[in-house]
Write a protein that binds this ligand. Structure first.
Ligand SMILES: Cc1cc2nc3c(=O)[nH]c(=O)nc-3n(C[C@H](O)[C@H](O)[C@H](O)COP(=O)(O)OP(=O)(O)OC[C@H]3O[C@@H](n4cnc5c(N)ncnc54)[C@H](O)[C@@H]3O)c2cc1C
Length: 478
């Protein structure tokens, strides 16, 4: 094939994988229910090679699926049969650390946790901390606008990135910086899911490590009380560094895995971290403990030292894989709702769980209203994946219907294309398509992801006729 031959002229065999066996590790991301075999996988070692790969793909009209570490949960890096995967894991250098300006310039393949490790001796860290931080790449974090436990106080990726360099299909560089005037193109790149350009360099904001941090763990006999307690903490003007909730199943699974002393008889658990100066932390932790007691917590535990604080987080941070031990497969949903709706939504999810006959574990960023129901299923049972997806689809619709959104941090990928049709109307979708066309007039960058076609939405929504009125009536039906 001509495109492979052209790539062979640039890439040696360690950087150009062809054939079923060599490409198999790249056939899916963490949404492993969907798999596809790409034409080839290209692993550039420098930015010049990224440019060359893109120019060759443009010349032969071959789609390009950019990949960081492949931990995405929405199928954003799912290959196309006729496309190449552009894996950026070899672009893994920290280019510059400036402790005075509190910034780090990194290549996209640098893993999230490596940044904080590299700047720790300056008393600094990089705040956004996805639970996948030991594996996921900064490029992937930007492309998904990733969040994490500490994003309630310190913001998502978009709030912690000050400059980005991208390459387009012509191999041309553009830099978007926080100092730029005009439309905020830097913000636009965050969450662009590989559709607008290949991110090859990122300047990150670093923060001074807080002097102290303490976790308050609160156990509740009722999910509703626990959910309401989240709003009570925030109403009092406290912005915790993290505010996470787990339901009974997640508590049991996390405790069985991490053995950190979670109360397994509880219906729900809150972990609330406060940070700052030693004095402030003492005051805030006491206030949080009082508020949670008044909100109905029957047991409160405060971490007494750093080891205890880390142990209390260990269960939460390992909750996803811990749930994985109890089910052959699980489907991790991601939707966001107004915090005031937490109790209602959790009740509705429990009803849907009964309706679909599938167990759910809830472990999520409660302070952000960012839900992560884990639907447990068995992909080997015929039809069970489809049932799971229908269940997940109903959860996302519920999120939109109560004033929320279909994703908090995992992105749309291929997973949530139909849900996008529920969230957005034609004019908004046309704007998304317009932006994509301006950055990528070839349509070769990650095609078919993140933004549904209007036809798809017409098909999806013809099942939802309101007031005898079909949505998108001008579009042809298949
Ligand atoms: C156990 C587990 C826990 C997780 N916890 C969290 C969490 O707490 N918070 C959270 O936000 N996410 C979480 N995730 C999801 C995932 O880790 C994040 O979305 C992460 O940012 C993906 O990074 P990655 O390098 O793996 O990207 P990939 O999966 O490789 O790619 C993700 C998307 O970004 C695009 N992309 C990647 N690199 C580039 C680039 N350089 N230029 C342009 N586009 C690019 C890809 O095309 C794709 O669309 C979790 C995942 C797992 C498996």
């Amino acid at each position: 094939m001509e495109v492979i031959q052209a790539l062979r002229n640039v890439f040696h065999q360690d950087s150009l994988l062809v054939g079923e066996e060599a490409c198999r590790p790249f056939e899916c991301d963490a949404l492993s229910a969907y798999r596809e075999h790409p034409l080839a996988v290209v692993l550039p070692e420098n930015v010049e090679q990224v440019k060359q790969a893109l120019r060759i793909c443009k010349q032969y009209q071959v789609p390009v699926i950019t990949r960081g570490s492949g931990t995405g949960l929405a199928g954003g890096t799912l290959p196309l049969k006729n496309g190449i995967v552009l894996g950026l894991s070899k672009l893994n250098k920290i280019i510059k650390i400036d402790p005075l300006q509190r910034t780090a310039i990194v290549q996209p393949g640098v893993r999230n946790i490596v940044v904080s490790e590299a700047v720790a001796h300056h008393g600094l860290y990089y705040a956004p901390d996805p639970s996948s931080q030991i594996a996921c790449s900064i490029g992937g974090n930007v492309a998904e606008n990733s969040g994490g436990v500490h994003c309630l106080k310190y913001g998502l990726t978009v709030h912690n990135v000050t400059s980005i360099k991208i390459i387009d299909m012509d191999g041309t560089e553009s830099v978007f910086d926080e100092k730029d005037d005009g439309i905020d193109l830097l913000a636009l790149m965050n969450g662009s899911e590989g559709l607008l350009g290949v991110i090859v360099e990122i300047k990150l904001k670093l923060l001074p490590k807080p002097e102290a941090a303490q976790v308050v763990m609160a156990a509740f006999h009722s999910v509703g009380d626990c959910a309401d307690a989240v709003t009570r903490v925030l109403e009092q003007g406290i912005i915790p560094a993290g505010l996470e909730m787990m339901d009974k199943f997640s508590i049991m699974a996390a405790e069985a895995f991490a053995k950190v002393g979670y109360p397994t008889e509880a219906e729900a658990l809150l972990l609330c971290e406060v940070d700052g100066s030693h004095d402030q932390v003492q005051v805030d932790a006491k206030r949080v403990a009082d508020i949670l007691t008044q909100a109905g917590a029957y047991q409160i535990q405060l971490s007494q030292n750093e080891a205890q604080r880390i142990a209390l987080w260990k269960g939460r941070k390992n909750a996803f894989p811990a749930v994985g031990r109890f089910s052959p497969d699980y489907y991790c949903m991601d939707g966001t709702i107004p915090r005031s709706q937490l109790a209602f939504i959790l009740e509705e999810i429990a009803k849907l769980s009964t309706k679909y006959g599938l167990k759910v574990a809830n472990v999520f960023h409660a302070g952000d209203g960012n839900l992560h129901p884990l639907i447990m299923y068995d992909a080997n049972k015929p039809g069970e994946l489809a049932t799971t997806e229908a269940f997940g689809g109903e959860i996302l619709k519920l999120c939109v219907d109560v004033g929320g959104t279909i994703t908090g941090e995992h992105g749309v990928g291929v997973e949530k294309l139909n849900a996008m049709c529920h969230q957005y109307d034609t004019p908004e979708l046309e704007i998304f398509h317009g932006i994509k066309a301006i950055f990528d007039d070839t349509g070769l960058l990650n095609p078919g992801k993140a933004v549904p076609t209007l036809h798809r939405c017409a098909e999806v929504s013809h099942m939802h006729v309101h007031n005898n009125q079909l949505p998108h009536p001008h579009l042809e039906r298949f």
